[in-house]
Unconditional design. Structure first.
Length: 178
């Protein structure tokens, strides 16, 4: 029999909630680890072709198939069933110093950094560690194209990393002109 010893403080951290942001993080991990013949096979067969035109470089750099997932990517849901937008807003509101520290830990995590593309991934993580606020201010419009979080245009003035093809990994940060 398993016994769990919990303090009052521990119980205060227990949440029975659905988090679309966390489901997204776990889905990215599943894309990198699951076989199309397994439990998630039907979903993987439906989703993987749709993502062929989407630059997933930034997401797959911070959500690795194995090992550590930065804690800022799964904040406590503020209520039982928050929206995806509310979860993304919580992630974007993370303290930049905390994000930098967690990304630095991810960059050094031996299990998480296994696999192809390690050097490019570490370079991207280094850029994000140096300027975590820029990464936190970015938004995603679902098309793989950039847009400012506030105005919806691609300003092109931001210094977020780009993929080898020249497209932004995720939308550009708000440049201050938005």
């Amino acid at each position: 029999m398993i016994y769990l010893h919990l303090r009052v403080e521990d119980l205060g951290q227990v949440r029975f909630a659905f988090s679309p942001a966390w489901e997204t993080v776990i889905s990215v991990r599943t894309l990198g680890t699951a076989a199309e013949t397994g439990l998630h096979g039907w979903w993987l067969r439906a989703v993987r072709p749709r993502l062929s035109q989407v630059d997933m470089q930034l997401l797959t750099a911070v959500v690795r198939p194995r090992g550590y997932i930065p804690d800022f990517l799964h904040p406590f849901p503020p209520r039982r069933a928050p929206s995806f937008e509310a979860g993304v807003a919580q992630i974007a509101a993370s303290e930049p110093q905390l994000v930098a520290a967690q990304l630095a830990h991810l960059a050094e995590h031996p299990l998480a950094q296994q696999g192809p593309g390690r050097q490019a991934r570490l370079a991207l993580l280094s850029q994000m560690i140096a300027n975590p606020a820029a990464g936190l201010s970015r938004s995603w419009n679902g098309t793989g194209r950039s847009r400012s979080r506030h105005s919806g245009h691609a300003c092109g003035a931001c210094s977020m990393p780009t993929s080898p093809s020249g497209s932004t990994s995720l939308p550009t940060a708000a440049c201050g002109n938005c």
